[in-house]
Design a protein around this ligand. Structure first.
Ligand code: DOR
Length: 301
């Protein structure tokens, strides 16, 4: 067993927000068939949202570009899915939520409490959501206020998911910590665009979006490395993790656990594969505890 912000995980791999997290049944599949140590839901807001126009997700050579636009049924519409996920899966279920102000975050968190999420992940980092997401997550005062507002009304751990699209992510991480965050999650997607050269149009309906997958792993590793130095609270690493080697790298940078997003589209059992790979690595290298890996790269100076 592995402890993260007080939650008991069977392994340090977690389903990232936004991937297979829209129904209770899909969250259960990731936990039961995929072997994830915990799962995070799709981000939920206060009112139903259909999201950005199609195409809202495209596969590129180096990863995925998306501008889903935070589609979700709102907290009253998601409550039953959360209850199903909690009832049928044997792992912690983390509710990802978003809002445009501290009060709206608070409303959504309170609205989901009857579904008994094991923790909340505050999405202050979507790169293409007017008034939401990175509009909040690039302002340290707002990040602190949003975190404090949610901490005020819940008694489960609160994680804050950070955007890499800022000049200094540690300043935002510090703000989350000051607001009472129990962990930060780094990183959300990196702002990006792709253009179809025959038509000359950007390929996404929203024109620009967020890049995930292999291309962003070095960006994520650097953010995790810097946050590990700057903060006291755990850093959860996410961004381009698609193998146990990537997970070990993230942990050596300072991640206490890793989230997996894009790679889940290739294979659901990536979580089991990563945790088995980490265990074999620990054994081969003579480590007695996975904790010995966390932040190891910082000692190599
Ligand atoms: O890249 C992202 N896309 N990050 C988010 O936080 C939300 C998602 C979406 O729904 O557009």
């Amino acid at each position: 067993m592995y402890t993260l912000t007080g939650l008991k995980l069977k392994n340090p791999t977690i389903l990232a927000a936004g991937v297979l997290g829209t129904t209770g049944a899909s969250l259960c599949r990731v936990a039961c068939e995929g072997g994830a140590g915990a799962v995070v839901t799709k981000s939920i807001g206060s009112t139903p949202k259909t999201g950005h126009p199609n195409p809202s997700m495209v596969k590129l050579d180096c990863g995925f570009l998306n501008a889903m636009g935070l589609p979700n049924p709102s907290y009253p519409g998601f409550l039953q899915e959360l209850e199903t996920a909690k009832k049928d899966s044997d792992v912690p279920v983390i509710a990802s939520i978003f809002g445009g102000s501290p009060d709206e975050f608070k409303e959504v968190a309170e609205g989901l409490l009857p579904g008994k999420p094991d923790a909340f992940e505050l999405n202050v980092s979507c790169p293409h959501a007017e008034g939401y997401g990175a509009a909040i997550g690039s302002n340290p005062c707002l990040v602190e206020a949003v975190t404090a507002a949610v901490k005020d009304v819940v008694n489960v751990p609160v994680w804050v998911k950070l955007t890499p699209n800022v000049s200094d992510i540690t300043c935002i991480g510090n703000a989350a910590e000051s607001g009472g965050a129990d962990a930060v999650v780094a990183i959300n997607t990196v702002k990006g665009m792709a253009i179809d050269i025959e038509s000359g149009y950007p390929v996404l309906g929203n024109r620009s979006g967020g890049l995930s997958g292999k291309a962003i792993k070095p960006v994520a590793v650097k953010c995790v490395y810097d946050l590990y130095t700057a903060l006291e609270i755990p850093v959860i690493g996410v961004g381009g993790v698609s193998s146990w080697q990537d997970a070990v790298e993230m942990m050596m940078a300072g991640a206490t656990a890793v989230q997996v997003g894009s790679a889940v589209y290739d294979r659901l059992d990536i979580f089991s594969e990563i945790s088995i790979g980490i265990e074999a690595f620990l054994k081969r290298r003579g480590y007695s505890d996975i904790k010995e890996l966390i932040g190891l790269a910082h000692e190599m100076v």
